[in-house]
Structure formats: C-alpha cells, structure tokens
Design a protein around this ligand. Structure first.
Ligand code: ATP
Length: 926
C-alpha cells in the first residue's frame, strides 16, 4: 500500500494507513506522539538575524568606523584615556541601538504569531479549533467555505466542495473536489481532485479529510522559498524616513565639514578639529531614528491588541490615522447580533411575541389575547418552516461568569444559548416558545437536501420528507422571497398571491422595518413525487408565502459614542448592509449616523447608477441597504475616487475583493472567514465597530508620537551642530570637546526619544479632521519648530559659553569652565525641550509629569550628565569642572529660553484657537 500515492487510495485506505477513525479523530495523546515524530506544521522561516549579528551591525556605520579609526590614532599618540572613553561611549551607544532594534524585531515577530491561522479538527471525538501549526498527520479536519486549507488533506467527504488553488497552480477558477480515488500514476497537482492543499482557499461547500502531509512536506512547503517574505513589513513612513535619514547624513556631513574648515581657518589645531568634526557627525546623524519608529509602531500595535484590534499589516497603522470614511456592516458590527423575534405577521394579522434573549419562554398574542398555535394552522406552518429551515441549535449551558460560590449540592445556574447563525437562532427560539422544537419535529421530518443561505441569494431552503410527502421550506428576505411565491396562506387556505395581497405583505414588512426590526419571510411548497430538485432554481419556485417574522437586534451600546467621536474627528461613517432599507435607515437614525439630508439607497438603486453617477452622490450617501458583496467594491472605488481613505469591514468570502481594495480592509475576528481575514489589514477580535474607532485613535496617536520624537531628535541635532558652527564662525574656541559631544548624544538621544514614542495622546487627538495620506512628516509647522527650537538651543548654548568665557578669555582653566557650562546648557536645553515636544502647541498645554517613562528617562539623563561633572575621577576625562550657583543660573536661563520663549509666544498668539473638524460644517444629525 505504501507504494500508492494518496490520490490513488480510497478514503478507507487513507484512514487505515493513517490509523484514525473518521468521526473520532486522533486522541490528544496520539497527536502529541505524532507531533514529537513529525514536528510542527510550519513552513520554515527565512533566516533571521542573530542577536550577535544585530549587535555587531551597530558598529558598521561609516561615521562610527571613522570615529573608531580616529580614536585608534589618538590612542597611538598617547591619549589613552580619551581613546578608551570614546570607545566606551561608542559601545554604550551600540548597546542602546541593539536594545532598540532587538525589541523592534521581537515585537514584529509577536505580531506575526498573532495572525497565525487556526484549524477545525476532530480530537478524541470532539470538534476543536486549534492553531494550524499543531496539526499532525492523521488529524481529521473539517473545512468550509472561507477556510484556508491548513495542511495537505486527503478528502473523505466533499459536499459541493470547491477550492481556489491559484497560490499553487496559478489557476484562479475554483476547482471542484471529490473523494474518489484516481487510477492514473502521474497526476499533476491541479488534477489531484481528492486532495486539498495547504494554503489554498475553500470557496464553496463543506469537506472533511485526513491530514496526510504537514509543514515543509506539503506541496506548499516545496515551493516555500519562493513565496517567503512576500509581505513587506516596512511602512511607507519608515521608507520615507530612511530616505530622509540619508539626506540628513549628507547635510550633517556637509555642516561638519564646514565646522572643521571654519575652525581650522580660525586657528584651531587640525587634528583636534578633525576629531571634533567626526564626533559631531556621529552625534548629529540620527542613527536611532528607524529603530525608534519601529518600536513606536510595534508598541502601538500592542496597545491596539489590548483594545481588540489586531493589525495584520504594519503599514495600515499609518493609514489608519488618515481614514476619512468607515464603511461598516450592520449586523454584528453596529448591532449586537443577538436576535429576538418580537412580532409576527401571518394571514394578515400582526402578532406579538413576548420573552427575552434565547430563553424559549414566552407567549404569542394578538392585541393582548394569547394565540394558541395548536389551533392556528397558519401560525403552526410558520413555526414549522422556521424550525425546519434553520441549522441553529438551542442549548443550555452553565452561566458565566459564576458570580457566587455554589454549595456542593446546588445545581449550576444555566442559561439558554444558540449555536449557529443568530438569525436562525431567533426563529428556533420562537418555534420552541410554541413547543415546536427539534425533538418534536425530528421524528416526523427527514431533511433530504439543503440550499444554503448566502448574502447574494438572501434566502435558504431545505427539502424535507414526512409521511411520504416531500416539501420545500424556504425562508429569506421578504422582498426576495416574494418573487418566488405564487400563492399565499390566507384564511387557512392556499390562494393566489395577488398584487393586492403582495401590497399587504409589503406594507406589513415596511411597518416592522420602520421600527428597526429585521424581517424574514417564510414559504413552502409540496413537491410532486417525481420532482427531484437538483438545484435551488427548481426548488424555489411557485412557493406558498406563509408570513413574516420581525426580530430586534439591539445596537451595540458603545457604537453611539464611537459615532459621535467619528463626527468630531471628521470621519464619515457609512452603513453597508444586506438588510432591508427601512430597517437599515431606522438603525442608522438610532445610532446617530444619518445627518439631515443624508441619503439611504438600496442595492437596486446602486445597480442602476453608473460609476460616474455614484461618484457624484457618494459623499451624500450614508446607508446602502440590500446590497450584494460585489456592490461593496464599487462603493470603495467611488469613495477613493473622491479622495477618501476608506476603511471597509467584511466577513464573508465574497467581501474579500472589497476588503483588499479598501485602504484599510477590516475583517471580523469572530464571524469572519479565513479568506477575508487574509485579505484584511486589521482584524477586530470582538467584531465591534467601536474597536475600529479605537484603532483609528491609536493610529493617529502613533503617528503623532513619531512626529514628536523626530522633532525632538532633529531639533537637538540642529542645536548641537549650530553651537559648534557658530563658535567656529565667531572665531571662539571649541565650546565642546569631542568626548562631551558624544556624551551629550548618548545622554539625550536614546531614552527620552524612546519615551516620547510611547507618549499619551493629546486630548484633542480625535477632534481634528484626518490628515492627508500624502502629508509630509514635517507638515503642520513641524519643520519650523525643528529649525526654530534647534536654532535657539544652539544660540543659547553658545551664549552661555561666551558669557562665562568672556570673563577671562585667555585662561585655559577658564575655558574648561566655559565648556562645562556649554555642556550642561546643551543637555538641559534638550531635556527641557523634550517636554515641549509632547504638545502640538507648547509646554504650557500639557502636564509634564503625565508620561512617567519620560520623567524617568530625563532623570536618568540628568544623573548621567551630573555624574561626569561631579565625579572627581571622571572630571579629568570629560574635562569638566563643578559649576557654582551663578553658573547654574546662566545654564538654566539659557537652557530654558528656547522652550519657554516659544511657549509664551504660542500662548499669547491665541490661547483658545482650536482646529475644527471639517465635519462640523455638515448638517446636524438626526
Ligand atoms: P450585514 O450585511 O450588515 O452584516 P445582514 O446580516 O442583514 O447584514 P445578510 O447576512 O446579507 O446581511 O442578510 C441579508 C438578508 O437575508 C437579511 O436581511 C435577511 O432578510 C436574510 N437572511 C439573513 N440570514 C438569513 C438566513 N440564515 N436564512 C435566510 N435568510 C436570511
């Protein structure tokens, strides 16, 4: 048997050779054994950089190498202490860089883990969902539409099972699969119809099979090298910053050369100037920038996870901050997806249904009088169709969380719940309230076939047999269902469905929908004994319309608030739903997402518009109802054509193209399929609209934090270069010696910048309109702030240096004191400025103690600065002297001027001026 290929074996032979029972699966002990033997079901990763290499990479930088060379020379010339200190500072800088990059790398890895797919597997007779990497050969797994095949599977069951294999074969048309063995010897992958291959997507139907190959053994594993690393982890911003970094290196080098030349022209010794120049270049080049950006992104992503938003593609973090429209599904995202039938309409009468949630307790009544289903045949028929044409299962489970401790003999508290689609759950509960349960129906009815629900068809049918009769039972969206009905149950009789009666049904439907109820209709037909009904077209015609059920699906509590936040943030919210227009409109109003004059249109109206007409109206439309998944793509494109950055949600397989086309594709973590999740850049682990808004808020915050530390780092560097440059131009001695320059860089660049990366967002973060996706990182006066603050830091440092120096310019000891003052001023000016960077306005607009990481970082920088000034052993190395009271006054005043002067200016300019959101000019909301 081992000679046979998997596709040549029968299903039984496969199960035998894998030693597994098809309905039991493997026991967990056996699965563990097999995993020890076969390893994990993973494709091997490309080579990752080892920590040692990462550490050594820190010293590859050209300027660092030059500095090392220069240090070596000064060491050989006898300046041992200088040389050792410079090397020590370079190593400390290297360690800091290593820690930053290592953290960044680790966070990215953790993100990858999070988006790992799962698999539905039978283990020990129970259906479980486990991470796909834990699958072993012999596992029995279940696959359904929307799943990604997690390993190579030999199918043992296939129901209308279609798989899209383009990842392997390039063929994008889905392939129908069977379970029959193939006789031929050499069959190409595309023809192995009884195998489903790892990485391919199930587009239709259901299947069951045994895992036959895992990890690198799979067909996908064989080509793994080709497909690895296709996903770029670098965001556009990171890319642009890398380019900027290159420009900054050139600018820093040019300025350094100018400093060196100016120094030499004014009589400084060339070698001292060379060393000062190289140190300045090392300090001025913001080598930590890319790593800090990655950390800010990665830590932001961790914060998003805590808020239930899982980022699958790092670039989307940036895009999130630019989102100007959110297109959201209704059911489950804006609403709770906890349905309860509250009204029925049968035979022209409106009935009320009492009871809460999924508990099958309640009464059906008409105008306050109880209706007995046993005596109302039309109602009974309605309840039978509802229960039989549903796959949801009602069950009791232990209440959670268990609040109080139970006594030993006290039975656990139980609650009713539903497995499966909540819409069907509501119908099953309704029927159970009237005693029409599966226990009662199952002995009488056999299900022969099912034509499943999908959001394209908006209906579902089953064929059942009972006592020699065969019946089609259908339920679905009333407007769609009515098109398939020619009769109606009226006065206990089947009569033709006249246009007058149709109008009555429509009016009842509208009435319920206006009260924000989701409405479903039911119908049936008795089949002739000879009718076989191979497809749904045959079955779903000439039906007898029975009635309507209206169910409430309460809006999620948090959504109203999230909507209000969006309005303030200039983000438009749009509902795109398969539900009825009136229901959708009523819910949109309840949620406050429909402004006066805002339009609601149906899928039909949308289909009648060409792209141009849609584009001209798209800004005014807030609700799209009864749409099919393909409409979503048109809506995304129209919005994008109008310059919007679009976030779009989806759950089904057919939503994937729209999700892919959207700037931020959002998949549902609970109800979403693998296919949509893989097409998405963001997954909501709670399916909740409010989570999208939270993610946008984080996205905006992350971007602002990146701007904050770019501002801080660059202004500091401008200050450092200018201090040296202006001194040389003025013919003054060096205000800072090389070791001091390197120490300033070490003390001020690392920790405070990182702490800015995790700074809290400003209060008005969600009160600005979204930034443009093309916005330059230096926009909104950031460039001006960098130059002006940097200029003032440079001038004030030099001023402090000069004030002390001028008392006794010729004295070498006095120069050391002036240099110590310049050193302290430069460090202090940066450490004060870092608090200014937290606010887009000024230091006076935020509590400086709010970011405790920043406070700690600044304190540790202060200790490092004071350490080299006040430790007697370090003073000769760093050429520092302790400062007196008067000197400290000079230092503090000079260091405070750049931040406080600009701050006062900003306060005086216009203290209460706020940017207003574009949205606030829109009409008021209903
Ligand atoms: P959204 O698109 O906002 O998630 P939705 O759930 O209303 O909302 P669909 O799932 O596409 O969208 O449903 C469209 C319509 O099909 C519903 O309004 C309902 O009338 C009908 N419908 C929904 N679920 C079922 C089902 N299980 N069987 C039959 N008909 C259904």
């Amino acid at each position: 048997m081992s000679q046979k290929e998997w596709y040549q074996m029968t299903a039984d032979e496969v199960l035998q050779s894998q030693r597994v029972h098809p309905s039991e699966g493997l026991s967990s002990a056996e699965a563990d054994n097999r995993q020890t033997e076969a390893g994990r079901n993973e494709l091997s990763e490309g080579k990752s950089v080892s920590p040692v290499t990462l550490f050594l990479n820190q010293f590859k930088d050209f300027m660092v190498l030059v500095l090392m060379g220069a240090t070596l020379v000064s060491g050989l010339l006898g300046e041992y202490l200088d040389a050792i200190t410079i090397v020590a500072i370079i190593i400390m800088n290297g360690i800091l860089g290593f820690i930053q990059e290592f953290r960044a790398e680790r966070s990215l890895r953790a993100l990858k883990e999070l988006s790992a797919p799962g698999a539905k597997v039978m283990r020990g007779g129970e259906l479980q969902t486990i991470p796909a990497r834990d699958l072993v050969p012999g596992d029995i797994i279940l696959l359904e539409s929307g799943d990604r095949v997690p390993a190579d599977i030999r199918l043992i069951e296939a129901n209308s099972f279609y798989v899209e294999e383009s990842a392997l074969t390039g063929e994008s048309v889905p392939v129908g699969k069977t379970v029959d063995p193939l006789s031929s010897d050499t069959v190409t992958i595309g023809d192995q119809r009884n195998l489903a291959f790892m990485g391919t997507m199930v587009t239709r139907g259901t299947g069951k099979g045994a895992v036959v190959r895992i990890g690198m053994e799979t067909e996908m594993g064989k080509i793994a090298d080709l497909i690895q690393n296709t996903q770029t982890l670098e965001t556009p911003l990171q890319h642009r910053l890398e380019q900027l970094g290159k420009i900054l290196i050139i600018v820093a080098l040019c300025l350094t050369v100018m400093v060196v030349v100016a120094g030499i022209v004014h009589g400084q010794p060339p070698y001292a100037m060379f060393l000062a120049g190289v140190s300045l270049a090392v300090a001025a080049i913001p080598e930590g920038l890319p790593a800090i950006v990655t950390i800010a992104l990665a830590l932001g992503v961790q914060r998003m996870i805590k808020r239930k938003a899982i980022v699958r593609k790092l670039p989307s973090v940036e895009t999130l901050g630019c989102a100007s429209v959110i297109c959201s599904d209704k059911t489950g995202t804006l609403t709770q997806n906890k349905m309860t039938v509250t009204h029925l309409w049968v035979g022209g009468s409106l009935l009320e249904v009492s009871g809460d949630g999924y508990t099958p307790e309640g009464e059906i009544s008409a105008g306050g009088t109880r209706v007995n289903p046993a005596k109302n045949s039309m109602l009974r028929q309605f309840l039978q169709v509802s229960a039989l044409c549903s796959n949801a299962v009602l069950y009791k489970e232990e209440a959670e969380p268990v609040k109080k401790k139970r006594a030993k003999d006290e039975p656990p508290e139980t609650v009713w719940n539903v497995k499966g689609d909540p819409t069907e759950g509501a119908l099953v509960v309704l029927a159970a309230k009237a005693g029409v349960t599966h226990e009662v129906l199952n002995p009488q009815f056999d299900r022969l076939a099912e034509f499943p629900f999908d959001s394209e068809r908006k209906r579902m049918s089953v064929i059942v047999s009972s006592g020699g009769r065969k019946l089609v039972m259908t339920k679905g969206a009333p407007d769609v269902l009515m098109q398939h009905c020619t009769y109606i149950l009226w006065d206990d009789k089947v009569i033709p469905f006249t246009s007058t009666l149709k109008a009555k049904v429509m009016a009842a439907n509208e009435g319920m929908a206006r009260s924000a109820l989701r409405v479903l209709g039911t119908a049936y037909r008795e089949l002739k004994p000879t009718e076989s009904c191979e497809d749904h077209e045959d079955a779903e015609r000439g039906l007898v319309f029975v009635g309507l059920a209206g169910m409430i699906d309460p809006p999620r509590r948090e959504v109203r608030e999230a909507m209000a936040k969006c309005r303030k943030a200039g983000i438009k919210t749009v509902m795109i739903t398969g539900d009825h227009l009136t229901t959708a409109e009523a819910i949109a109003k309840q949620l406050g997402m429909l402004p006066a004059g805002g339009m609601c249109i149906s899928g039909h109206q949308l289909a009648a518009m060409d792209d141009e007409a849609l584009e001209s109206k798209v800004d005014d439309i807030y609700v799209y109802a009864r749409v099919s998944p393909e409409h979503k793509l048109r809506i995304v494109k129209a919005l994008q054509a109008k310059g919007h950055v679009v976030a779009m949600t989806g759950d089904g397989v057919n939503d994937a193209p729209a999700i892919k086309a959207a700037d931020i594709g959002i998949a549902m973590g609970i109800s979403g399929t693998d296919v949509t999740k893989e097409a998405s850049s963001l997954v909501l682990s709670d399916d909740n609209f409010a989570t999208i808004v939270a993610a946008i808020e984080e996205g905006r915050g992350i971007y602002e934090n990146i701007r904050k530390f770019i501002r801080y780092l660059l202004a500091s560097n401008v200050g450092e270069i200018l201090t040296m440059f202006l001194a040389m131009m003025a013919g003054l001695p060096l205000p800072l010696i090389p070791i001091q320059i390197l120490w300033v860089n070490l003390v001020t660049d690392g920790l405070p910048a990182m702490a800015l990366g995790v700074d809290q967002a400003e209060k008005d973060l969600m009160q600005h309109k979204p930034r443009s996706a093309r916005e330059n990182i230096f926009a909104r006066r950031l460039g001006w702030k960098i130059i002006s603050r940097g200029f003032l830091i440079g001038v004030c440092t030099l001023g402090a240096f000069w004030l002390v120096l001028r008392v006794n310019p010729g004295d070498a000891q006095h120069l050391v004191k002036a240099q110590s003052v310049a050193f302290a001023t430069l460090v202090m000016a940066q450490l004060i400025h870092v608090f200014d960077c937290r606010s887009s306005r000024s230091i006076f607009h935020r509590n400086p103690l709010q970011n405790k990481y920043l406070v700690l970082a600044v304190l540790s920088s202060l200790v490092l600065m004071l350490g080299v000034m006040y430790t007697p052993q370090l003073q000769p190395i760093f050429k520092t002297v302790p400062l007196g009271f008067k000197d400290w006054i000079i230092v503090l005043v000079a260091a405070g001027i750049p931040t406080f002067l600009m701050g006062l200016g900003s306060v005086m300019q216009n203290p209460s001026k706020k940017k207003t959101a574009k949205y606030s000019s829109k009409p008021s909301f209903r």
